[in-house]
Design a protein around this ligand. Structure first.
Ligand SMILES: [Cu+2]
Length: 347
């Protein structure tokens, strides 16, 4: 095994400082395991110990942000414009920039990411069926990249073939109509594909039906993983990038209100991921392309690139755990809590 000094330090941090579960350090030497087991026995904490110190990306903010709504108006205007069109639809214009950036994915664990607009996942783009998207993509990263959108579009807008690759310093404008309604994704399609996606070049693309879905508290949840030692196996898992973030900072929801989750699986290297919610059931709209639920369950399994809209109402106040039902993923960061109250501010 070829560990760089950096990855060894990162793994050391993972075992000694954060206490991510024992399986966090697959492929590490027996001595490290022994040291970790002692540490784990001593702390026996559920989830990581401590919090990430970087304030660049907040998984809680990401839940309810789309079309750069998390930015103050003057900054938002640099990245997003909407213009009414004669037929009543909107022209939505976006500025997307690929940049290399180190991101903190667990306390003290930094990952050398490739990002859209400096964050992983990239910004959530959201349009209504029939809107026109015009996405100006600038590659300020160190490798060729693209944006490949899921949805209807002509081949020239697909961002998938070698001739579609945007070289460092280059740019390209993707333009297409938003369809079909549903929860989709976008990601880099430069080769090697799994490496470009796994490094962080992905995001969520929501297309609302022309007749809007019922009012709800809406949450964007991206299941992702990070291969911190580049052995094609993930060491850290999460929803919205930061391991166990929602254990420390539960997702505040209102009892009785419709809650709608846009769940997208962007985990590389593992064939499937899943979401299990404790104490309740939800309606499942696979890919969100039908307004009729296909299932009512408490666990959904998604392949890489698969996604679903989940709808439910919290019946009782209190805390409800959610996690991957692959227990290993849960222990390595993919576990969180909902906090249901009479209002979203209830504790
Ligand atoms: Cu790429």
């Amino acid at each position: 095994m070829n560990f760089t000094r950096r990855s060894l330090l990162q793994l050391a941090g993972l075992t000694a400082a954060t206490g991510v579960g024992t399986r966090a350090v697959r492929n590490v030497s027996a001595q490290t395991h022994a040291a970790h087991d002692a540490q784990h026995a001593a702390t026996h904490a559920m989830g990581v110990v401590g919090r990430v110190t970087s304030s660049i990306f907040n998984p809680t903010t990401f839940l309810r942000a789309w079309n750069f709504s998390d930015l103050p108006d003057e900054r938002r205007g640099k990245f997003y414009h909407e213009t009414p069109r004669a037929d009543g639809s909107l022209l939505r214009e976006y500025q997307m920039v690929a940049v290399d950036r180190e991101i903190e994915i667990a306390p003290g664990i930094f990952f050398p990411a490739w990002t859209y607009n400096g964050q992983v996942p990239g910004p959530t783009l959201r349009a209504t069926e029939g809107d026109r998207l015009r996405v100006t993509f600038v590659n300020q990263g160190s490798h060729p990249h693209t944006i490949h959108f899921h949805g209807w579009h002509p081949p020239s807008m697909d961002g998938s073939l070698p001739e579609h690759e945007v070289k460092p310093g280059g740019s390209f404008v993707y333009e297409f109509d938003a369809e079909p309604a549903g929860v989709h994704l976008y990601h880099c399609h430069a080769s090697p594909l799994k490496r470009h996606i796994h490094k962080g070049l992905y995001g969520v693309f929501i297309v609302d039906p022309k007749d809007a879905r019922p009012d709800a508290d809406e949450l964007v949840m991206v299941m992702n993983g990070f291969d911190t030692n580049f052995d094609a196996d993930n060491e850290v898992y999460a929803v919205n990038t930061i391991a166990h973030h929602f254990m420390h900072e539960p997702i505040r929801v209102e009892v009785g209100r419709l809650t709608r989750m846009y769940v997208v699986n962007l985990t590389e290297f593992d064939l499937i991921n899943s979401l299990h919610l404790h104490g309740m059931f939800f309606d499942v709209y696979r890919t969100g392309t039908s307004l009729t639920p296909s299932d009512n369950t408490d666990t959904i399994m998604l392949c890489q690139g698969e996604r679903a809209i989940l709808e439910t109402r919290f019946r009782y106040p209190g805390q409800f755990m959610f996690h991957a039902h692959q227990s290993e993923f849960a222990e390595l960061g993919w576990m969180g809590l909902f906090q249901a109250g009479e209002t979203r501010r209830d504790t």
